[in-house]
Write a protein of this length. Structure first.
Length: 206
């Protein structure tokens, strides 16, 4: 039996329908786990038929990958929006503080998604590949922004890569780990100092 052809939506209504399926997939996968979620449940939550689901996605794995992209956008969207507000070098410390808070809030709000999708990245090569692709895209976007602002002149990609993972580690501490021996405010201040050192050739350390 010939498989149904997957279509790429072009009209706004179809784009929204595919997005709704991905959102339903993300919600259920985070709530029940990937292996305890099926396409019929995703279709029901999205308010569409199973046939409609298969017209946009090949299988449950395909929905998972779309959900991962959606999750990434939810996490990084506020960060990129804040970065657009950088006008001068002088407001960088304050803006970094806001970006870190926004990123940490996003991690808290999507905690179950992070745990489920992050776990799958360790066991599924396709999920890991998409995680890597998303990270590469984020690094490229951040590098472009930092370059356009002329904040730092050498080893920009390497410094952006380090900075991104430092912020990620801080957010994981806030959302998941919560070590008793750490002062969260002090940790944030040290993170900002480190980011200023990495991302600026100018003497901005407080």
């Amino acid at each position: 039996m010939e498989k149904q052809k997957i279509r790429e939506p072009r009209q706004q209504r179809s784009i929204e329908k595919k997005q709704k399926i991905a959102e339903a997939g993300l919600e259920l996968i985070c709530r029940k786990g990937y292996y305890h979620t099926n396409t019929a449940e995703i279709a029901k939550l999205a308010g569409v038929s199973t046939g409609i689901v298969y017209s946009y996605f090949r299988d449950k794995k395909d929905i998972l990958l779309a959900a991962l992209q959606l999750y990434s956008d939810q996490i990084t969207g506020p960060m990129f929006q804040s970065l657009k507000e950088i006008k001068t070098i002088e407001n960088l410390p304050e803006l970094l503080s806001r970006i870190i808070d926004s990123f940490a809030d996003s991690h808290r709000e999507t905690r179950s998604a992070h745990e489920e999708l992050g776990g799958l990245a360790h066991t599924d090569p396709d999920v890991y590949a998409l995680f890597l692709e998303v990270e590469n895209k984020i690094t490229a976007q951040l590098t472009d922004i930092i370059t356009s602002l002329s904040l730092v002149s050498t080893n920009i990609q390497e410094k952006v890569h380090m900075s991104y993972h430092l912020v990620e580690d801080y957010c994981h501490e806030i959302a998941f780990h919560k070590h008793d021996y750490l002062n969260v405010q002090a940790l944030k201040q040290e993170l900002i100092r480190t980011l200023l050192f990495l991302l600026s050739d100018h003497p901005l350390l407080p």
